[in-house]
Design a protein around this ligand. Structure first.
Ligand code: FAD
Length: 540
């Protein structure tokens, strides 16, 4: 097995539960040994996101423009589940109808719900929608625990007629909610923690090798015979690739499985001509309208975790499905003192129609693939983000928000913000000084926000000029770290995740998702790994 991330850790655990199946798990990143996981990983605030050593250092992507930008993808046991924001939303039933239409026969809502239940023990709800004894805890912050900014947004939404949805993983409903999280009150629970604990690791038929980077798959006569790690060859009867939506297609292409013209141009011997490898790349586009919080609205330091609230709604744009938009109500911008003064409405497009590509930049396995999202290239996507910015501005203009916020401003993930947020003593001190200054005179705060914290265009300027808003969105929208689709069921793998045209080879991870879910992707990835483990076991 290649990759011990959200999917790979689940598969290694479930498949090795049968003593007759010998499993070798090869993970490029470091181990997170049970009980000795790095503190940043355990933290139930996503401090791990700010620690570069848990990520692929050279990965760069293009969102909507020619500029190459950093894009965090995990390189650590547990993969994304060790570093992500822990939001535990399920895909919606209608998403799986789209999967079936794309060729993922058998992946209906009725077929996947038992696996969404199997993976979790929901700490808040016990009913037919939920599991009570799965490895991943799922919980929500009670409304009375929400900090002031989230409360104020909720009051506004309520006044505007939005319903409170107690369980966003229950029957589909739009409205605002407490976001389900995959953690306990004490710590994150990654798939490595949940599925590869002490007991599982004692199994004699399971070997986990970390810091093991798989360069390519060995293929003879259209059959995968194993993999190569730095000139070492590991043979296997069956090879499973779970390297994530950017690296799984890269491993396939380096091994000669992919679009013929592209591979031949790089001098790679073709094993199977599969045009779909690396195509159909999707992520949820995102930008934020952030704000400076008045002291009454800030999150108390004692509440480490992001007490997430959110709004799910229909964009109403013609030709778009319902529940296609999501606004995360973030009460804390980062781990440091300055971050605790910043809130944000994080505007996410949950059913994009734009599609991108992953292609090889070189046949050298040390070179990262070329990633182009073509984000917002579909007019419906751009239009929905325009409307989302206008909705956020309306929310900020309300009396409820005036009570808790000072200035609001448009922003997004950027290299500057990333550098300011990297975990370091210098950043801690710098942010503490910035926080004191921002709490000083209003004129100084406005100057600092516009010139130091977030230089660039103002929200008022964007609202006044539709073409400036569109061009800002194209410049600044990024992905939400939810890449999927690059080895899709129906075009690269069949509905049992077998690579078309090659025996003994499957891809099982986020890359097989043919159409992105209207939800963050971690739970869906764990679900699909759970379901495939059962299907592989049933096939013998
Ligand atoms: C910063 C961030 C925040 C996110 N926040 C959320 C969230 O809050 N909620 C949510 O639902 N989703 C979130 N996601 C997305 C979610 O974590 C992913 O959808 C999920 O982890 C995908 O699982 P995967 O198994 O496909 O890939 P991954 O979990 O990325 O696992 C792939 C693994 O393969 C390894 N690998 C890659 N190439 C090789 C190779 N050649 N040899 C050996 N090993 C290799 C990698 O090191 C990695 O460990 C976030 C992701 C990130 C990165």
């Amino acid at each position: 097995m290649v990759g011990g991330g959200s999917a790979g850790a689940v598969l290694a655990s479930r498949l090795s539960a049968r003593p007759a199946t010998r499993v070798l798990l090869l993970e490029a990143g470091a181990d997170t040994p049970p009980g000795r996981e790095p503190a940043e990983v355990r933290d139930n605030y996503y401090t791990a996101f700010y620690e570069p050593r848990f990520f692929w250092p050279d990965l760069r992507v293009h969102f909507a423009t020619a500029n190459a930008r950093r894009y965090e993808q995990a390189r650590i046991l547990g993969g994304g589940s060790s570093v992500n924001a822990m939001i535990a939303l399920r895909g919606l039933p209608g998403d799986f109808d789209e999967w079936i239409a794309a060729g993922a026969a058998g992946w209906s809502w009725d077929a996947v719900l038992p696996y969404f239940r199997k993976l979790e023990h929901d700490l808040d709800f016990a009913n037919e929608w939920h599991g009570s004894d799965g490895p991943i805890p799922v919980r929500r912050h009670r409304r009375d625990q929400w900090p002031g900014f989230s409360q104020a947004v909720a009051r506004y939404l309520e006044r505007k007629g939005w319903a409170f949805v107690a369980d966003m993983n229950g029957p589909v409903a739009n409205g605002y909610c407490a976001v389900p999280m995959a953690n306990t009150a004490e710590q994150r629970v990654s798939t490595a923690m949940a599925y590869l604990g002490e007991e599982v690791r004692k199994r004699p038929n399971l070997t986990i090798l970390t810091d093991a980077y798989v360069e390519r798959i060995s293929i003879e006569n259209n059959r995968a015979t194993g993999v190569q790690v730095d000139k070492k060859v590991f043979n296997a009867r069956e090879t499973i690739i779970s390297a994530g939506a950017l690296h799984s297609p890269a491993v396939l292409m380096r091994s000669g499985i992919g679009p013929r013209a592209q591979l031949e141009a790089l001098g790679i011997e073709i094993k199977t001509d599969l045009a779909g490898v690396g195509a159909n790349l999707q992520d949820h586009p995102v930008v934020s309208i952030a704000c400076h919080l008045k002291p009454n609205a800030r999150q108390a330091e004692s509440l480490r975790a992001a007490a997430n609230a959110a709004l799910r709604y229909d964009s109403g744009v013609p030709g778009c499905t319902g529940s296609d938009m999501y606004i995360a109500i973030a009460n804390k911008g980062s781990w440091h003192a300055l971050g605790r003064q910043l809130g944000a409405l994080v505007l996410c497009l949950y059913k994009p129609y734009s599609r991108g590509t992953v292609s090889l930049a070189s046949k050298d396995p040390q070179v990262e693939p070329e990633v182009r999202f073509n984000m917002l290239s579909d007019e419906r996507d751009l239009e929905r983000m325009v409307r989302a910015v206008r909705l956020a501005a309306q929310i900020y203009a309300s009396p409820e928000l005036a009570e808790v916020t000072n200035e609001s401003f448009p922003t997004s993930f950027s290299e500057r913000v990333r550098n300011l947020n990297a975990l370091s003593r210098t950043n801690q001190l710098r942010a503490a000084a910035g926080a004191v200054a921002l709490d000083g005179p209003a004129a100084l705060r406005r100057w600092l926000l516009a010139n130091v914290v977030n230089p660039g265009v103002s929200l008022a300027a964007l609202l006044a000029d539709e073409s400036a808003l569109r061009s800002w969105l194209k410049q600044r929208a990024t992905g939400f770290y939810h890449p999927v689709g690059t080895c899709s069921m129906g075009s690269v793998v069949d509905a049992d995740c077998r690579v078309m045209g090659v025996e003994g080879l499957r891809v099982i991870d986020a890359s097989i998702v043919p159409v992105i879910t209207r939800a963050n992707t971690n739970l869906t990835t764990i679900m699909l790994a759970e379901r495939m483990a059962d299907r592989i076991a049933a096939a013998g």
